[in-house]
Design a protein around this ligand. Structure first.
Ligand code: SAH
Length: 201
């Protein structure tokens, strides 16, 4: 999976590649789909949601430049796989999921694998999670029609926000926002297709 799908497409950060090699992706999908866990596509995880394609998880982690002592917010826990990759990078991760069933299941899998540095919160992550702010990195795994201001506001100085921006029913642009003091820069780097970020739930 890592050599062909991820390194082969240009993800080069050795720490991200090591994390992708370490996290057991099959543990984050149902037993029936475990045989497909390392294939090059998303998979259903219940509640109409999906675990992202491995390459996209790696690409987002690389873009977020997650360091070992970083405080990281993930919006859209889903299966918990993306949070595990961020936790494997050594960050202290808060991940927010609006579906109670998915949040509970992700917390159980993450706990079972010993990721004590990942905390699952059930709620609306479109407003971020102010109690843990500021964050060195925010990774959003659901599509937003535009940049949610609270997520930019909750970035630390030097912080990075990685988020798919665009209309929910079409493809979106994976966007990297960097905050430097009060200034932000924004760069689109890859077309993607995510489930919608639900606001005001
Ligand atoms: N990172 C996940 C992929 C999740 S798919 C993984 O590795 O499996 C996106 C998730 O975002 C879905 O589970 C969806 O329920 C969740 N979501 C959508 N809008 C949300 C919101 N406003 N707050 C929190 N979670 C949200």
């Amino acid at each position: 999976m890592v050599r062909r799908q991820i390194e082969g497409r240009g993800v080069a950060d050795p720490r991200v590649l090591a994390a992708m090699r370490t996290v057991p992706r099959h543990r984050f999908v149902s037993r029936a789909l475990a045989g497909d866990a390392y294939k090059d596509h998303p998979l259903p995880i219940g509640a109409g949601q999906t675990i992202s394609q491995p390459y996209i998880v790696a690409l987002m982690a690389e873009a977020a430049s997650v360091g070992p002592d970083d405080r990281v917010l993930e919006v859209g826990t889903g299966s918990g796989y993306g949070a595990a990759v961020l936790a494997e990078l050594g960050a202290s991760v808060i991940t927010v999921e609006r579906h109670r069933k998915l949040a509970d299941s992700a917390a159980k899998v993450l706990g079972g694998l010993g990721y004590d540095n990942a905390t699952v919160v059930c709620g609306d992550g479109s407003q971020g999670h102010p109690p843990g702010a500021p964050y060195d990195a925010v990774v959003v795994t659901a599509a937003a029609p535009r940049l949610p201001p609270p997520l930019v506001d909750q970035l630390a100085d030097g912080g990075r926000l990685v988020i798919p921006v665009g209309p929910p029913s079409f493809s979106q642009n994976l966007t990297l926002v960097r905050r430097m003091g009060k200034e932000t820069t924004s760069e689109r780097f890859c077309p993607v297709r995510f489930v919608p970020l639900v606001e005001e739930c």
